[in-house]
Design a protein around this ligand. Structure first.
Ligand code: GLN
Length: 211
């Protein structure tokens, strides 16, 4: 019974690579009907789309192979609500630093991201972050070879930053931006889908309902 504006919106999960199952489960319990998306016909039937974590260079290549790159760019430019986690954030960014020269961007977010930004010693780490607009206190965030947002345009709302306890307050990692929103496009450098906390997915499903 789900329709474009129904109580359970159809939210796609780009299913070429990466943490697909985790997002599907989270979306279902956050009130959406989750739909794996591998081809343009599937993309055309969803009311919103999650771009999972994984490897942005691989996903970029697979987007071309599966002929999804242009249809996806068009839908995002047309206002499709999108939520990218980690590699998904990289794909949605206007520009990527430390990417592969042939890696493709989907656009949607007026940000410059730096890939694998947190460096080797902290390839993976966890932190509790205040997250703007989420009721219920800080969010437990898991970072895995995560990017950060190096520059955000005027229309971009910063939702969370990560302080690094080992850094001086003005150190290179201090207060880096790790969650943003621009209109109906949300992105996190971390992976809400691998925790039990559904709040970010609920926030996104709410955005899809309103769109
Ligand atoms: N470092 C990966 C990339 O460049 C992202 C890692 C992740 O999604 N966990 O795409």
């Amino acid at each position: 019974m789900a329709t474009a504006t129904g109580a359970r919106p159809a939210v796609g999960v780009l299913a070429l690579q990466g943490a697909v199952r985790e997002h599907v489960a989270m979306l279902e319990s956050a009130g959406a009907r989750a739909v794996p998306v591998r081809r343009p016909s599937e993309l055309s039937h969803v009311d919103g789309l999650v771009l999972p974590g994984g490897e942005s260079t691989t996903m970029s290549r697979l987007l071309e192979t599966f002929e999804l790159l242009e249809p996806l760019r068009e839908r995002i430019a047309g206002g499709l609500p999108a939520f990218g986690s980690c590699a998904g954030m990289i794909l949605l960014a206007r520009q990527v630093l430390d990417g592969r020269p042939d890696q493709q961007q989907l656009g949607g977010l007026d940000v410059v991201v730096r890939r694998n930004a947190f460096g080797r010693q902290v390839d993976s780490f966890e932190a509790d972050l205040p997250f703007a607009g989420l009721p219920g206190g800080p969010l437990h965030a898991v970072f895995i070879r995560a990017p950060w947002v190096e520059k955000a345009g005027d229309g971009v709302e910063v939702l969370a930053t990560v302080p690094d306890p080992d850094d001086p307050p003005d150190g290179p990692r201090a207060d880096r931006i790790v969650a943003v929103r621009q209109g109906a496009v949300v992105a996190t450098a971390f992976h809400p889908e691998i925790t039990r906390d559904e709040r970010v997915h609920r926030l996104f499903v709410e955005l899809v309902r309103k769109a």
